[in-house]
Write a protein that binds this ligand. Structure first.
Ligand code: MN
Length: 234
């Protein structure tokens, strides 16, 4: 291992789920630790789901991404958001693996960072943008939950944000992300069955409703300001 790669690896290992978003994470990629205990989101998301989802599912995406990039030095050094925006330029032999596992790594890193115990409501400039673009927080929740329910099979429901602070609800299948089109994600919810099945079984709608209790609005507000400043990465 080259010294530079070693330093990058050590640096990445020290990043938390929160700080990884403010910086530009580059390979070799590593699993960001949770910024809270696995039981912190009870009763809305159960401890066992958090342990498996973070420690097994997300860890596998990271490992598989690094394996795919192992013999592709230049791509391996790219910040994750740049790697995902340049999928079409990657060798075909690794494109699908990077799409699925790199997307999975970005989506889950975002997901852990915008959750936490406490709940509450958006405030300040973010609340104003939600009022402007959705007609209020209750309308946002209604439209977001409906979009999440409509995802057939595995996927995500996101709120995207552009450089002017404009918000929109979008869904993507599998581990795809608006980052793949150069967009930015303000926040999003994982509607793969692995995200909720132990506690909610087939009741995805109940999970979508309960999930709002564990959104960390202070963190989402930071992401909103970062996006407007052109500094939001993943
Ligand atoms: Mn997941």
């Amino acid at each position: 291992m080259q010294r530079r790669e070693l330093l990058l690896g050590l640096g990445a290992g020290l990043l938390t789920a929160r700080t990884v978003l403010a910086q530009a994470p580059s390979g070799p990629h590593s699993l960001p630790p949770l910024a809270y205990a696995p039981n912190a989101l009870e009763p809305h998301i159960d401890t066992r789901t958090m342990e498996l989802h973070h420690g097994r599912h997300h860890a596998a995406y990271v490992n598989n991404l690094n394996t795919a990039l192992k013999d592709h030095g230049e791509a391996a050094k790219l910040p994750l958001q740049d790697l995902l925006a340049k999928l079409a330029e990657l060798p075909e032999s690794i494109r699908t693996a990077v799409r699925n596992n790199g997307g999975g790594h970005a989506n889950h890193s975002m997901f852990w960072s915008i959750m936490g115990p406490g709940g509450g409501q958006p405030a300040g400039a973010l609340a104003e943008a939600i009022q402007r673009d959705f007609g209020g927080f209750d309308k946002l929740q209604e439209q977001f939950n409906a979009a999440g329910l409509r995802v057939f099979g595995s996927g995500w429901v996101f709120v995207t944000v552009d450089g002017a602070g404009k918000l929109a609800i979008v869904t993507r299948p599998n581990q795809d992300t608006p980052l793949m089109e150069g967009g930015r994600v303000l926040f999003g919810n994982d509607v793969w069955e692995h995200a909720y099945y132990l506690l909610y079984q087939n009741r995805r709608g109940d999970y979508l409703k309960a999930w709002w209790n564990v959104v960390n609005w202070a963190e989402v507000a930071k992401r909103y300001e970062a996006a407007k400043a052109g500094k939001l990465s993943i």
